[in-house]
Design a binder for this molecule. Structure first.
Ligand code: ACO
Length: 386
Protein backbone atom coordinates (compact mmCIF):
# COMPACT_ATOMS: atom_id res chain seq x y z
CA UNK A 1 0.00 0.00 0.00
CA UNK A 2 1.22 3.53 -0.79
CA UNK A 3 2.09 5.49 2.36
CA UNK A 4 -0.32 8.38 3.06
CA UNK A 5 2.12 9.97 5.51
CA UNK A 6 3.59 13.33 4.50
CA UNK A 7 7.35 12.94 4.39
CA UNK A 8 8.48 16.40 3.34
CA UNK A 9 7.84 19.85 4.78
CA UNK A 10 8.24 22.48 2.03
CA UNK A 11 9.36 25.98 3.07
CA UNK A 12 6.83 28.78 3.19
CA UNK A 13 6.09 30.06 -0.31
CA UNK A 14 7.65 26.81 -1.64
CA UNK A 15 10.91 28.72 -1.95
CA UNK A 16 13.62 26.59 -3.54
CA UNK A 17 11.32 23.60 -4.11
CA UNK A 18 11.66 21.94 -7.53
CA UNK A 19 8.06 21.13 -8.47
CA UNK A 20 8.44 20.30 -12.18
CA UNK A 21 10.95 19.41 -14.86
CA UNK A 22 10.81 21.67 -17.89
CA UNK A 23 12.45 22.35 -21.23
CA UNK A 24 10.53 25.62 -21.69
CA UNK A 25 13.15 27.76 -19.94
CA UNK A 26 14.60 28.78 -16.60
CA UNK A 27 15.79 31.61 -14.38
CA UNK A 28 19.24 31.76 -12.80
CA UNK A 29 18.80 34.18 -9.96
CA UNK A 30 22.39 34.50 -8.77
CA UNK A 31 23.70 35.26 -12.26
CA UNK A 32 20.74 37.43 -13.26
CA UNK A 33 20.04 35.37 -16.36
CA UNK A 34 16.96 33.70 -17.86
CA UNK A 35 16.36 31.75 -21.01
CA UNK A 36 13.69 30.36 -23.33
CA UNK A 37 14.58 26.84 -24.39
CA UNK A 38 18.39 27.07 -24.78
CA UNK A 39 18.55 30.73 -25.82
CA UNK A 40 19.02 33.91 -23.79
CA UNK A 41 15.59 35.53 -23.50
CA UNK A 42 17.16 39.00 -23.52
CA UNK A 43 19.04 38.22 -26.75
CA UNK A 44 15.82 36.93 -28.29
CA UNK A 45 13.99 40.10 -27.24
CA UNK A 46 16.73 42.25 -28.76
CA UNK A 47 16.89 40.38 -32.07
CA UNK A 48 13.84 38.21 -32.82
CA UNK A 49 10.19 38.85 -33.62
CA UNK A 50 7.36 38.03 -31.22
CA UNK A 51 6.07 35.36 -33.59
CA UNK A 52 9.50 33.65 -33.87
CA UNK A 53 9.82 33.40 -30.08
CA UNK A 54 6.21 32.26 -29.81
CA UNK A 55 7.02 29.46 -32.30
CA UNK A 56 10.13 28.58 -30.26
CA UNK A 57 8.11 28.19 -27.07
CA UNK A 58 5.31 26.31 -28.83
CA UNK A 59 7.42 23.87 -30.90
CA UNK A 60 10.79 23.86 -29.11
CA UNK A 61 12.96 25.24 -31.95
CA UNK A 62 13.38 28.47 -33.91
CA UNK A 63 11.50 28.48 -37.23
CA UNK A 64 13.20 28.76 -40.61
CA UNK A 65 11.85 31.38 -43.01
CA UNK A 66 9.10 29.26 -44.56
CA UNK A 67 7.96 27.93 -41.14
CA UNK A 68 7.93 31.50 -39.81
CA UNK A 69 5.82 32.69 -42.77
CA UNK A 70 3.39 29.77 -42.38
CA UNK A 71 3.10 30.40 -38.64
CA UNK A 72 2.45 34.13 -39.17
CA UNK A 73 -0.35 33.24 -41.61
CA UNK A 74 -1.77 30.71 -39.16
CA UNK A 75 -1.74 33.35 -36.40
CA UNK A 76 -3.49 35.87 -38.68
CA UNK A 77 -6.14 33.31 -39.65
CA UNK A 78 -6.72 32.22 -36.05
CA UNK A 79 -6.93 35.78 -34.69
CA UNK A 80 -10.68 36.10 -35.09
CA UNK A 81 -13.06 36.83 -32.24
CA UNK A 82 -16.32 34.81 -32.29
CA UNK A 83 -19.41 37.04 -32.63
CA UNK A 84 -20.91 35.90 -29.33
CA UNK A 85 -17.78 37.04 -27.48
CA UNK A 86 -17.79 40.41 -29.26
CA UNK A 87 -21.34 40.96 -28.10
CA UNK A 88 -20.47 40.02 -24.49
CA UNK A 89 -17.45 42.31 -24.10
CA UNK A 90 -19.36 45.51 -23.19
CA UNK A 91 -21.19 43.68 -20.38
CA UNK A 92 -17.95 42.14 -19.07
CA UNK A 93 -16.25 45.57 -19.04
CA UNK A 94 -19.31 47.06 -17.31
CA UNK A 95 -19.47 44.32 -14.63
CA UNK A 96 -15.78 44.74 -13.82
CA UNK A 97 -15.92 48.52 -13.99
CA UNK A 98 -13.24 48.65 -16.69
CA UNK A 99 -10.79 46.58 -18.70
CA UNK A 100 -8.32 45.35 -16.08
CA UNK A 101 -7.07 41.80 -15.73
CA UNK A 102 -10.18 40.80 -13.79
CA UNK A 103 -12.27 41.62 -16.88
CA UNK A 104 -9.86 39.76 -19.16
CA UNK A 105 -9.96 36.77 -16.81
CA UNK A 106 -13.76 36.63 -17.11
CA UNK A 107 -13.57 36.99 -20.89
CA UNK A 108 -11.05 34.12 -21.21
CA UNK A 109 -13.32 31.93 -19.12
CA UNK A 110 -16.28 32.69 -21.41
CA UNK A 111 -14.05 32.10 -24.44
CA UNK A 112 -13.59 28.51 -23.29
CA UNK A 113 -17.33 28.00 -23.78
CA UNK A 114 -17.54 30.05 -26.95
CA UNK A 115 -14.71 28.05 -28.60
CA UNK A 116 -16.20 24.80 -27.33
CA UNK A 117 -12.96 23.79 -25.61
CA UNK A 118 -12.92 20.33 -24.07
CA UNK A 119 -10.80 18.89 -21.23
CA UNK A 120 -7.41 18.04 -22.73
CA UNK A 121 -7.69 14.57 -21.22
CA UNK A 122 -10.25 13.87 -23.98
CA UNK A 123 -8.08 15.32 -26.78
CA UNK A 124 -5.35 14.10 -29.11
CA UNK A 125 -2.06 16.04 -28.76
CA UNK A 126 -2.69 17.89 -32.08
CA UNK A 127 -6.11 18.99 -30.88
CA UNK A 128 -4.62 20.34 -27.64
CA UNK A 129 -1.97 22.25 -29.63
CA UNK A 130 -4.78 23.70 -31.75
CA UNK A 131 -6.68 24.82 -28.63
CA UNK A 132 -3.52 26.40 -27.23
CA UNK A 133 -3.06 28.42 -30.43
CA UNK A 134 -6.71 29.49 -30.48
CA UNK A 135 -6.59 30.75 -26.88
CA UNK A 136 -3.20 32.47 -27.38
CA UNK A 137 -4.52 34.28 -30.47
CA UNK A 138 -7.73 35.28 -28.76
CA UNK A 139 -6.28 36.77 -25.57
CA UNK A 140 -4.88 39.96 -27.23
CA UNK A 141 -8.17 40.44 -29.08
CA UNK A 142 -10.11 40.13 -25.83
CA UNK A 143 -7.76 42.44 -23.94
CA UNK A 144 -7.87 45.17 -26.60
CA UNK A 145 -11.60 44.67 -27.23
CA UNK A 146 -12.40 45.09 -23.53
CA UNK A 147 -10.41 48.31 -23.44
CA UNK A 148 -12.30 49.73 -26.40
CA UNK A 149 -15.67 48.69 -24.94
CA UNK A 150 -14.76 50.25 -21.59
CA UNK A 151 -14.34 53.64 -23.30
CA UNK A 152 -17.48 53.25 -25.42
CA UNK A 153 -15.81 52.15 -28.66
CA UNK A 154 -16.24 49.00 -30.73
CA UNK A 155 -13.59 46.26 -30.82
CA UNK A 156 -11.57 46.26 -34.02
CA UNK A 157 -10.03 43.31 -35.86
CA UNK A 158 -6.26 42.98 -36.39
CA UNK A 159 -4.70 43.83 -39.74
CA UNK A 160 -3.30 40.67 -41.40
CA UNK A 161 0.46 40.94 -41.90
CA UNK A 162 0.95 43.90 -39.53
CA UNK A 163 2.73 41.78 -36.88
CA UNK A 164 1.70 40.90 -33.35
CA UNK A 165 2.89 43.92 -31.40
CA UNK A 166 1.78 46.51 -33.98
CA UNK A 167 -1.58 44.80 -34.20
CA UNK A 168 -2.00 44.80 -30.44
CA UNK A 169 -1.39 48.55 -30.28
CA UNK A 170 -3.65 49.05 -33.30
CA UNK A 171 -6.50 47.12 -31.71
CA UNK A 172 -6.10 49.20 -28.52
CA UNK A 173 -5.91 52.64 -30.10
CA UNK A 174 -7.42 52.29 -33.59
CA UNK A 175 -4.23 53.64 -35.18
CA UNK A 176 -1.26 51.69 -36.50
CA UNK A 177 1.63 52.63 -34.18
CA UNK A 178 4.93 54.29 -35.00
CA UNK A 179 7.49 51.54 -35.78
CA UNK A 180 9.65 52.45 -32.76
CA UNK A 181 6.65 52.05 -30.45
CA UNK A 182 5.69 48.72 -32.01
CA UNK A 183 9.27 47.46 -31.64
CA UNK A 184 9.56 48.71 -28.03
CA UNK A 185 6.34 46.95 -27.07
CA UNK A 186 7.43 43.85 -29.00
CA UNK A 187 10.65 43.70 -26.94
CA UNK A 188 8.64 44.05 -23.74
CA UNK A 189 6.20 41.33 -24.83
CA UNK A 190 9.00 38.92 -25.78
CA UNK A 191 10.84 39.56 -22.52
CA UNK A 192 7.80 38.64 -20.43
CA UNK A 193 6.57 35.53 -22.28
CA UNK A 194 7.95 33.11 -19.73
CA UNK A 195 9.89 33.20 -16.48
CA UNK A 196 10.42 29.90 -14.73
CA UNK A 197 7.88 28.40 -12.38
CA UNK A 198 6.38 31.70 -11.21
CA UNK A 199 3.02 31.76 -9.38
CA UNK A 200 0.82 32.06 -12.49
CA UNK A 201 2.76 29.45 -14.49
CA UNK A 202 2.59 27.05 -11.56
CA UNK A 203 -1.16 27.75 -11.39
CA UNK A 204 -1.54 26.93 -15.10
CA UNK A 205 0.29 23.65 -14.56
CA UNK A 206 -1.78 22.75 -11.48
CA UNK A 207 -5.06 23.28 -13.36
CA UNK A 208 -3.73 21.44 -16.43
CA UNK A 209 -2.70 18.52 -14.21
CA UNK A 210 -6.39 17.91 -13.50
CA UNK A 211 -7.08 17.33 -17.21
CA UNK A 212 -9.04 20.60 -17.56
CA UNK A 213 -9.32 22.59 -20.80
CA UNK A 214 -6.85 25.28 -21.90
CA UNK A 215 -9.17 28.18 -21.06
CA UNK A 216 -9.58 26.88 -17.49
CA UNK A 217 -5.80 26.83 -17.01
CA UNK A 218 -5.28 30.27 -18.60
CA UNK A 219 -8.17 31.79 -16.63
CA UNK A 220 -6.72 30.52 -13.36
CA UNK A 221 -3.24 31.70 -14.31
CA UNK A 222 -4.64 35.15 -15.08
CA UNK A 223 -6.17 35.19 -11.61
CA UNK A 224 -2.76 34.46 -10.09
CA UNK A 225 -1.09 37.10 -12.26
CA UNK A 226 -3.55 39.78 -11.16
CA UNK A 227 -2.13 40.04 -7.64
CA UNK A 228 0.03 43.08 -6.83
CA UNK A 229 2.87 40.83 -5.67
CA UNK A 230 3.04 39.26 -9.13
CA UNK A 231 1.80 40.97 -12.30
CA UNK A 232 -0.23 43.73 -10.74
CA UNK A 233 2.83 45.86 -9.99
CA UNK A 234 3.66 47.93 -13.13
CA UNK A 235 0.82 50.40 -12.84
CA UNK A 236 1.54 50.71 -9.10
CA UNK A 237 5.21 51.35 -9.90
CA UNK A 238 4.17 54.23 -12.16
CA UNK A 239 1.71 55.47 -9.53
CA UNK A 240 4.75 55.64 -7.21
CA UNK A 241 6.64 57.72 -9.79
CA UNK A 242 3.62 60.04 -9.97
CA UNK A 243 3.50 60.31 -6.19
CA UNK A 244 7.23 61.11 -6.07
CA UNK A 245 6.81 63.65 -8.85
CA UNK A 246 10.36 65.01 -8.91
CA UNK A 247 13.83 63.61 -8.22
CA UNK A 248 14.45 65.89 -5.23
CA UNK A 249 11.48 64.33 -3.41
CA UNK A 250 12.47 60.72 -4.15
CA UNK A 251 14.77 60.01 -1.21
CA UNK A 252 12.26 61.13 1.42
CA UNK A 253 9.32 59.35 -0.25
CA UNK A 254 11.23 56.09 -0.68
CA UNK A 255 12.60 56.16 2.89
CA UNK A 256 9.17 56.91 4.37
CA UNK A 257 7.54 54.10 2.39
CA UNK A 258 10.07 51.43 3.38
CA UNK A 259 10.41 52.65 7.01
CA UNK A 260 6.66 52.46 7.50
CA UNK A 261 6.63 48.81 6.33
CA UNK A 262 5.54 49.49 2.74
CA UNK A 263 6.95 47.81 -0.35
CA UNK A 264 8.46 49.63 -3.25
CA UNK A 265 6.60 48.39 -6.30
CA UNK A 266 8.95 47.31 -9.06
CA UNK A 267 11.69 46.20 -6.65
CA UNK A 268 12.61 42.83 -5.18
CA UNK A 269 12.26 39.35 -6.61
CA UNK A 270 11.97 35.84 -5.24
CA UNK A 271 14.68 34.43 -7.49
CA UNK A 272 16.97 37.27 -8.56
CA UNK A 273 19.73 38.34 -6.22
CA UNK A 274 20.90 40.80 -8.87
CA UNK A 275 19.15 43.30 -11.06
CA UNK A 276 16.39 41.59 -13.03
CA UNK A 277 17.79 41.19 -16.59
CA UNK A 278 14.39 42.26 -17.93
CA UNK A 279 14.81 45.56 -16.07
CA UNK A 280 18.18 46.12 -17.77
CA UNK A 281 16.68 45.35 -21.19
CA UNK A 282 13.63 47.55 -20.66
CA UNK A 283 15.72 50.40 -19.24
CA UNK A 284 17.62 50.40 -22.56
CA UNK A 285 14.32 50.34 -24.46
CA UNK A 286 12.99 53.21 -22.33
CA UNK A 287 16.19 55.23 -22.80
CA UNK A 288 15.91 54.82 -26.57
CA UNK A 289 12.39 56.28 -26.35
CA UNK A 290 13.67 59.00 -23.97
CA UNK A 291 11.89 61.80 -22.09
CA UNK A 292 11.37 63.13 -18.55
CA UNK A 293 9.60 60.00 -17.28
CA UNK A 294 12.66 57.89 -18.15
CA UNK A 295 14.95 60.36 -16.40
CA UNK A 296 12.78 60.28 -13.28
CA UNK A 297 12.59 56.47 -13.30
CA UNK A 298 16.35 55.97 -13.62
CA UNK A 299 17.02 58.42 -10.76
CA UNK A 300 14.33 56.87 -8.56
CA UNK A 301 15.78 53.43 -9.28
CA UNK A 302 19.28 54.56 -8.27
CA UNK A 303 18.05 56.07 -5.00
CA UNK A 304 15.67 53.19 -4.21
CA UNK A 305 18.39 50.55 -4.55
CA UNK A 306 20.55 52.52 -2.10
CA UNK A 307 17.66 53.06 0.34
CA UNK A 308 16.67 49.37 0.21
CA UNK A 309 20.28 48.28 0.81
CA UNK A 310 20.39 50.54 3.87
CA UNK A 311 16.95 49.79 5.35
CA UNK A 312 16.72 46.09 4.34
CA UNK A 313 20.34 44.98 4.62
CA UNK A 314 21.24 41.54 3.30
CA UNK A 315 18.04 41.18 1.22
CA UNK A 316 19.60 41.95 -2.21
CA UNK A 317 16.69 44.07 -3.44
CA UNK A 318 17.04 45.49 -6.95
CA UNK A 319 14.70 46.58 -9.73
CA UNK A 320 12.45 43.90 -11.15
CA UNK A 321 10.75 43.89 -14.54
CA UNK A 322 7.81 46.04 -13.50
CA UNK A 323 9.28 49.54 -13.14
CA UNK A 324 10.59 49.90 -16.70
CA UNK A 325 7.77 47.76 -18.10
CA UNK A 326 5.43 50.46 -16.85
CA UNK A 327 7.61 53.23 -18.27
CA UNK A 328 7.85 51.59 -21.72
CA UNK A 329 4.12 50.90 -21.90
CA UNK A 330 3.26 54.44 -20.80
CA UNK A 331 5.59 55.95 -23.43
CA UNK A 332 4.05 53.76 -26.14
CA UNK A 333 0.52 54.91 -25.31
CA UNK A 334 -0.78 51.85 -23.46
CA UNK A 335 -3.24 53.04 -20.80
CA UNK A 336 -2.26 52.12 -17.21
CA UNK A 337 -5.33 49.98 -16.72
CA UNK A 338 -4.00 47.84 -19.59
CA UNK A 339 -0.53 47.24 -18.15
CA UNK A 340 -1.35 43.97 -16.38
CA UNK A 341 -3.66 42.70 -19.18
CA UNK A 342 -0.80 43.41 -21.61
CA UNK A 343 1.51 41.36 -19.40
CA UNK A 344 -1.10 38.57 -19.54
CA UNK A 345 -1.15 38.76 -23.35
CA UNK A 346 2.54 37.83 -23.56
CA UNK A 347 2.59 35.49 -20.56
CA UNK A 348 -0.22 33.45 -22.13
CA UNK A 349 2.42 32.14 -24.56
CA UNK A 350 4.54 30.85 -21.67
CA UNK A 351 1.52 29.45 -19.82
CA UNK A 352 0.53 27.57 -22.97
CA UNK A 353 4.03 26.10 -23.44
CA UNK A 354 3.79 24.82 -19.86
CA UNK A 355 0.26 23.52 -20.42
CA UNK A 356 1.53 21.44 -23.36
CA UNK A 357 4.49 20.19 -21.35
CA UNK A 358 2.38 19.30 -18.31
CA UNK A 359 -0.16 17.46 -20.45
CA UNK A 360 2.59 15.50 -22.23
CA UNK A 361 3.84 13.98 -18.96
CA UNK A 362 1.09 14.38 -16.43
CA UNK A 363 0.41 13.42 -12.87
CA UNK A 364 -2.20 15.38 -10.93
CA UNK A 365 -0.48 17.97 -8.70
CA UNK A 366 -1.83 17.31 -5.25
CA UNK A 367 0.42 18.22 -2.31
CA UNK A 368 -0.68 17.90 1.29
CA UNK A 369 -0.94 20.22 4.26
CA UNK A 370 -0.07 19.87 7.93
CA UNK A 371 -3.13 20.34 10.15
CA UNK A 372 -2.25 22.65 13.06
CA UNK A 373 -5.77 23.35 14.49
CA UNK A 374 -7.34 21.99 17.70
CA UNK A 375 -7.16 18.21 18.24
CA UNK A 376 -9.80 16.35 16.25
CA UNK A 377 -12.31 14.82 16.56
CA UNK A 378 -14.04 16.76 19.32
CA UNK A 379 -17.76 16.60 20.18
CA UNK A 380 -19.94 19.30 18.61
CA UNK A 381 -20.61 22.06 21.23
CA UNK A 382 -23.58 21.13 23.47
CA UNK A 383 -24.88 24.70 23.15
CA UNK A 384 -24.83 24.60 19.34
CA UNK A 385 -28.33 24.32 17.97
CA UNK A 386 -29.52 24.31 14.39
N1 ACO B 1 10.14 46.95 -0.95
C1 ACO B 1 10.50 46.92 0.34
N2 ACO B 1 10.87 45.80 0.98
C2 ACO B 1 10.87 44.66 0.28
C3 ACO B 1 10.51 44.61 -1.08
C4 ACO B 1 10.14 45.83 -1.69
N3 ACO B 1 9.79 45.87 -2.98
N4 ACO B 1 10.60 43.34 -1.52
C5 ACO B 1 11.00 42.61 -0.47
N5 ACO B 1 11.16 43.41 0.61
C6 ACO B 1 11.61 43.01 1.93
C7 ACO B 1 10.46 42.43 2.74
O1 ACO B 1 9.79 43.42 3.47
C8 ACO B 1 11.20 41.45 3.61
O2 ACO B 1 11.80 42.17 4.66
P1 ACO B 1 11.82 41.59 6.17
O3 ACO B 1 12.68 40.36 6.09
O4 ACO B 1 12.39 42.72 6.96
O5 ACO B 1 10.40 41.25 6.51
C9 ACO B 1 12.32 40.93 2.74
O6 ACO B 1 12.57 41.95 1.78
C10 ACO B 1 11.97 39.65 2.01
O7 ACO B 1 10.68 39.81 1.43
P2 ACO B 1 9.75 38.59 0.99
O8 ACO B 1 8.35 39.09 0.85
O9 ACO B 1 10.01 37.42 1.88
O10 ACO B 1 10.36 38.26 -0.42
P3 ACO B 1 9.67 37.32 -1.49
O11 ACO B 1 10.73 36.66 -2.23
O12 ACO B 1 8.65 36.45 -0.83
O13 ACO B 1 8.85 38.38 -2.39
C11 ACO B 1 8.27 39.92 -4.07
C12 ACO B 1 9.20 38.75 -3.69
C13 ACO B 1 6.82 39.52 -3.82
C14 ACO B 1 8.44 40.25 -5.55
C15 ACO B 1 8.65 41.15 -3.21
O14 ACO B 1 9.98 41.53 -3.49
C16 ACO B 1 7.70 42.33 -3.42
O15 ACO B 1 6.67 42.40 -2.76
N6 ACO B 1 8.04 43.30 -4.35
C17 ACO B 1 7.17 44.42 -4.63
C18 ACO B 1 6.05 44.01 -5.60
C19 ACO B 1 6.55 43.79 -7.00
O16 ACO B 1 7.34 44.57 -7.53
N7 ACO B 1 6.06 42.70 -7.62
C20 ACO B 1 6.44 42.31 -8.98
C21 ACO B 1 7.37 41.12 -8.95
S1 ACO B 1 8.00 40.70 -10.55
C22 ACO B 1 6.77 39.72 -11.21
O17 ACO B 1 6.05 39.04 -10.57
C23 ACO B 1 6.62 39.74 -12.68
Amino acid sequence: MVSMTATLDAPKGLEGVVAAETTVGSVRGIEGFYHYRQYSAVELARTASFEDVWFLLLYGYLPDRSEAARFATQVDETSVMPDDLISMLPAIARCHGGCGLDALRSAISLAGGSLGLRPWLDLEPDELRHDVLRVSCLVPLLAAGLRRCSVGECPIAPVPGAGFAANYLYMLTGTLPRPEHARAVEKYLISTMDHGLNASTFTARVVTSTGADVAAAVTAAAGALSGPLHGGAPSRALDSLDAIGAVDRAEEWLRDTVSSGGRLMGFGHRIYRTEDPRAALLRDVAEELGGPLVELATEVERIAVRVLAELKPGRDLYTNVELYAGVVMELCGIPREMFTPTFAVSRTIGWCAHILEQAADNRIIRPTSRYVGPDAPQPLPATWAR
